[in-house]
Design a protein around this ligand. Sequence first.
Ligand code: NCD
Ligand code: ZN
Ligand code: ZN
Length: 425
Amino acid sequence: MTAYLIKGVSVVGGDPTDLLVRDGVVAESGPGLSAPGATVLDADGLVALPGLVDLHTHLREPGREDAETVETGSRAAALGGYTAVCAMANTSPVADTAGVVEQVWRLGREAGLVDVQPIGAVTVGLAGERLAELGAMADSAARVRIFSDDGHCVADPKLMRRALEYVKAFDGIIAQHAEEPRLTEGAQMHEGEVSTRLGLTGWPAVAEEAIIARDVLLAEHVGSRLHVCHVSTAGSVEVLRQAKARGIRVTAEVTPHHLLLTDERAETYDPVYKVNPPLRTATDIAALRAALVEGVIDIVATDHAPHAVEDKECEWAYARPGMLGLETALSIALDVLGPEWDLIAERMSRAPARIAGLDTHGRNPAPGVPANLTLVDPSARRVIEPADLASRSRNTPYARMTLPGRIVATFLRGEPTVLDGKAVK
Ligand SMILES: NC(=O)N[C@@H](CC(=O)O)C(=O)O
Ligand SMILES: [Zn+2]
Ligand SMILES: [Zn+2]
């Protein structure tokens, strides 16, 4: 196994130092290290972060390998600075059995570019009718701890309660896609001034907020852990703030796109901007940013949602919702938060690793720590070219935008997955 001597790097924003990566761990750190035989990486001006951890990724395998595979999604993740991703269950077949989650987990191991941690479905076939085999998925080789019907809301309150009760036995989490389905029938975009002007059916903020309010109370009642996916409204932030103040065990994520893009994008009628929950208003964005800084929102999660060309390049009403995220998330975080490295490391690596229970991830690079880390060039600026992305799909909302920051290298257990900004396999 090759050793790597990373010279002159700022670890999470600190003074320049050297890191020696050997035998899967950070073996030594300190200025002026030497290590005969090690490959030297000049990291002058670069920042080392703990490898990013994504709690919300759609890898599309099995079933839609034309949109993404575990391998292509893993490569996109590594290029985005990630060392672990949690793969959502809305595949075909749905990841609602031990067999399917083990298949995804094994494909992740074979690709070897990031750790792929499968998420299991809450209900059989995501149909919202009866609980899936949660215990069998937890006991499987994939050791599932997070369950979600993402793409669908677990709308039935009794089923939601039973799911929360069930996973409590092994400290599992239910990750909810908060969308009251009766309030979003036929919805095409955020309900507000822009939807009225465009004549498109609206997806009101209350459809999200009502479910979050219900679920935090259910989580309090049964004493279980709830995670709220892709929080998108100022009202949701207020519900979460109150729940946390009451000591309810709830965590929440926001996506990069909900931190940056508004519903005005729909004026273009370009379905690349169609997503669930929909892009909201500038007021919502301001509340989400403040909540992320404050910690009312715990993490940034990408909701990387690749879609094939025929599912996106069509009329708005027929297009599938969802956008790519893995290869641009750090740049958006840098743009939105500025070079607040400790905050970025906390919200994009340490906190998501803690929530998911991935204990070899989410640790600042230091002697003895598993070498899951990424090197960022904060001064680089790059123009996003969809054709250059490693994802098999092209539905990025940032096409031709100039974004700050570039991932120079990523290491998974001491082995580079990205070097010189390129995937090594
Ligand atoms: N976010 C989306 O708009 N789409 C996701 C599902 C989801 O996250 O709800 C997808 O699977 O495509
Ligand atoms: Zn969702
Ligand atoms: Zn999703």
